[in-house]
Design a protein around this ligand. Structure first.
Ligand code: NDP
Length: 334
């Protein structure tokens, strides 16, 4: 079975030196364990933080050890009552083609009629993140203007649609025309801003003539800076991510206009959050997301790369914006 190791900690965007694929023997499952065949691997922006040696809310990956993250797998052999051979499960597992894992470290996937990859996208961590950031912190109201950055991505595509369902006018910030078309025509966003084109500030002003009531922050940097002056009185800013800063090189700093004056003037509530903070409410979110999808009110896209070798490329693609919707790697068929 192949595994993907962290060979060297990256300085900036990961490159050929960062990862290595190695063959590894898989041990057969003991009592209480299962043998799993990886079907889908999720690549997520937060993994970049774990490639550095700085302590954060998750432990750094170790050099010479496999990366790990969200995986959907099939049980090949079970030495436990649950799950059983043939079941499709989800877990946070080492990036390997096969894993031997504790049976209680994975859970059976229930994606209804959807492809099981949905357990890593709309019905998984990104869907939950969008739900809690938007509905519990952003709290969009009828008629308000909501702006979402990285709007065509895994989290952004869901966050924007939830705001739309709450009756808001929704503006998405994206990196390409193809993404602008996706979020307006497929997802029903009201307007778009293409930040790689000229005049981000003017584009934003034009797209938000009544100012901004909720800014769902995924990106940070210059995009955030263009938002602060447009925030309305008592607006809310759920801070979900700051992807523009994840690949800063040693010595580079993430500096920009200071935000306090804008927050005071407009009495803005700005709150960072982690999806895990809301673990008590996951059931509520799954219900809304699953119903939304099955009733056709929640649309989602996945960009699926093929083959275990494709994981590094798929991961880097998150930072160059090659994905529409959730970025995934399909490793094997069930
Ligand atoms: P996405 O699917 O949105 O992929 C990342 C996207 O970000 C890219 O497609 C790209 O789109 C955009 N992007 C990348 N670099 C830049 C840049 N320098 N400036 C502007 N846009 C950029 O990823 P996710 O949906 O998984 O994650 C979105 C954000 O949410 C991330 O910041 C992530 O860290 C955060 N997150 C936070 C969680 C939490 O618990 N707080 C949980 C999950 C995610 P484009 O073409 O538009 O540039």
């Amino acid at each position: 079975s192949r595994q993907l190791l962290l060979k060297e900690r990256p300085n900036g965007l990961p490159d050929e030196q960062t990862f290595e694929i190695r063959e590894e023997e898989v041990k057969s499952p003991e009592k209480g364990e299962v043998l799993l065949k990886t079907l889908y691997v999720s690549v997520d922006p937060y993994m970049r933080g774990r490639m550095s040696d700085q302590k954060s809310y998750v432990e750094p990956f170790q050099v010479g050890e496999p990366l790990e993250g969200g995986i959907v797998a099939q049980v090949i052999k079970s030495n436990a009552d649950y799950p059983q051979k043939g079941d499709i499960v989800r877990g946070n597992l080492p990036f390997q083609e096969y894993n031997t894992a504790k049976a209680d470290s994975v859970s059976k996937v229930n994606t209804h009629e959807l492809n099981p990859s949905a357990a890593l996208s709309v019905l998984g961590m990104p869907g939950l993140t969008a739900y809690f950031g938007m509905m519990h912190i952003g709290e969009p109201k009828e008629g308000e203007t909501v702006v979402v950055s990285a709007a065509a991505g895994a989290v952004g595509q869901i966050a924007g649609q939830l705001a739309k369902q709450a009756g808001a006018r929704v503006v998405g910030i994206v990196g390409s025309e193809e993404k602008a078309i996706y979020i307006t025509e497929r997802l029903g966003f009201d307007a778009t801003v293409e930040y790689k084109k000229e005049n981000l500030k003017v584009q934003l002003q034009d797209a938000c003539p009544d100012g901004i009531d909720v800014y769902y922050e995924n990106v940070g940097g210059e995009i955030g800076d263009a938002i602060w002056p447009l925030l309305n009185t008592f607006s809310r800013v759920p801070v979900c991510g700051a992807i523009s800063s994840y690949n800063l090189k040693k010595g580079e700093a993430d500096i920009g206009p200071r935000v306090q004056q804008f927050l005071i003037k407009s009495r803005v509530k700005m709150q960072g959050f982690l999806v895990g903070d809301f673990a008590k409410h996951y059931k509520e979110a799954y219900k809304v997301l699953a119903e939304g999808v099955s009733e056709g009110n929640l649309v989602y896209e996945e960009t699926v790369h093929k083959g275990f070798d494709a994981i590094p490329k798929a991961f880097n693609g998150l930072f160059t914006g090659d994905n529409i919707g959730k970025q995934l790697v399909k490793v094997a068929a069930p």
